[in-house]
Write a protein that binds this ligand. Structure first.
Ligand code: FES
Length: 221
């Protein structure tokens, strides 16, 4: 069985920044929307979690020499400090399946009451200055995307509460922006709290704005 270092393609003495960079690269390589397999994507996610948690344990321990681990917080947000926007997310596939609407004011409450599982809903901390898509990937989510540059709608999300600023938008018509549709690959939260519906590429209104390949988000069957 491959070690987490092998899965991420880093040396055993890689520092946290190298591990994080390798993780981001492997997430893109194995993303189901980019032709990767869901199982390989999951292996990458687990490898990163294993290395991250190992470094956190070392950081908290009293026997290490402090040379390589004391900046483990660079890897993820694993501390109680909140340095970004608190994001709550919900999969559009759930809304579609149940006949709900993204305009429903009680959407997230309904999802919670309905017991929507963590494959389709959850929370994350989006560090300031990081795109929502990157934050979701750091959380281990396989949200859809294609160009990662504001030129398609594959990564679109609907902002239900809060604000997601998009400095680049080559694709969304003004009318959609007015409805709260944003691009997660370039969008960065500007509010302390944010609620979004992701996986909007399954929404018929966006079909003409998508770029191939049209993969499916994890858990959207
Ligand atoms: S992935 Fe194409 S605009 Fe975000």
């Amino acid at each position: 069985m491959s070690s987490p270092f092998e899965v991420l393609g880093v040396d055993r003495d890689a520092d946290p920044r190298e591990v994080h960079r390798a993780y981001r690269r492997r997430v893109k390589e194995t993303h189901p929307d980019q032709g990767g397999s869901a199982s390989e994507f999951q292996r990458v996610r687990e490898a990163y979690e294993e290395l991250s948690s190992g470094r956190r344990e070392l950081s908290a321990g009293d026997v290490d020499d402090g040379a390589d681990v004391d900046d483990g917080a660079d890897i993820d947000d694993g501390s109680d400090e909140v340095e970004g926007s608190q994001v709550e997310y919900l999969d559009y596939a759930v809304i579609d399946e149940r006949g709900w609407s993204i305009d429903d004011p009680d959407l997230f409450e309904k999802a919670e009451s309905a017991g929507v599982t963590e494959d389709h809903a959850g929370h994350l901390v989006n560090d300031w200055g990081t795109s929502l898509l990157e934050a979701a990937e750091d959380r281990g989510c396989a949200w859809p995307y294609s160009c990662r540059g504001g030129a398609c709608a594959n990564c679109a999300v609907a902002v239900v509460e809060g604000e997601l600023s998009i400095p680049v938008n080559h694709v969304l018509p003004e009318e959609m922006v007015d409805r709260g549709i944003r691009l997660s690959c370039v969008g960065e939260p500007t509010t302390d709290e944010l609620k979004v519906v992701y996986n909007l590429k399954e929404m018929p209104d966006l079909e003409e704005l998508l770029l191939p390949p049209r993969g499916r988000a994890r858990g959207s069957d």
